[in-house]
Design a protein around this ligand. Sequence first.
Ligand code: GTA
Length: 150
Amino acid sequence: MASLFKDPSKISVYRDRRFSGTQEEFDDALQASTTVYVGNMSFYTTEEQVYELFSRAGEIKKIIMGLDKNTKTPCGFCFILYYSREDTEDSVKYISGTILDDRPIRVDFDWGFQEGRQWGRGKSGGQVRDEYRTDYDPGRGGYGKLVQKE
Ligand code: GTA
């Protein structure tokens, strides 16, 4: 089947500020990638649950759970490395938006895992988005970190 993801501007809106290459290199990496990023996960979701859901799209090479820099515990995201591009596209197409642990997860093409990317980049150790959230989200540590400090 022909790829439905031909236009790089449409395959991901996320731009990793720490990617050192040009926009064109970033787009090329996304087009060829067999890695996905999974966002909006509960802190309580296990690697086993991730494996069970994401292996429906194809054989998984590796799962890397996103961890809080300080506590070294899951902080609501992960990377999944597949063997094939077709399975990667199926993962984005069919699994994004489905419910895992009562939450709609977001599956995004990723430019490729590198050592260090498993850590949350927020000042408090978790993900940046959990610094600024103002809602109460029990699956992600309650209120956002800045609200908790107020
Ligand atoms: N492929 O969508 C993604 C994605 N995200 C969100 C994170 N990663 C992603 N990869 C892909 N697609 O390796 C990866 C990062 C890193 C790891 C942890 O996950 O490449 P992080 O989430 O802690 O930090 O990353 P990141 O991505 O550097 O944060 P960024 O881009 O500043 O902000 C993410 C979101 O936080 C924004 O979209 C926004 O919703 C919110 N946010 C950021 N700054 C503010 C602010 N000042 N006020 C309010 N909201 C904010």
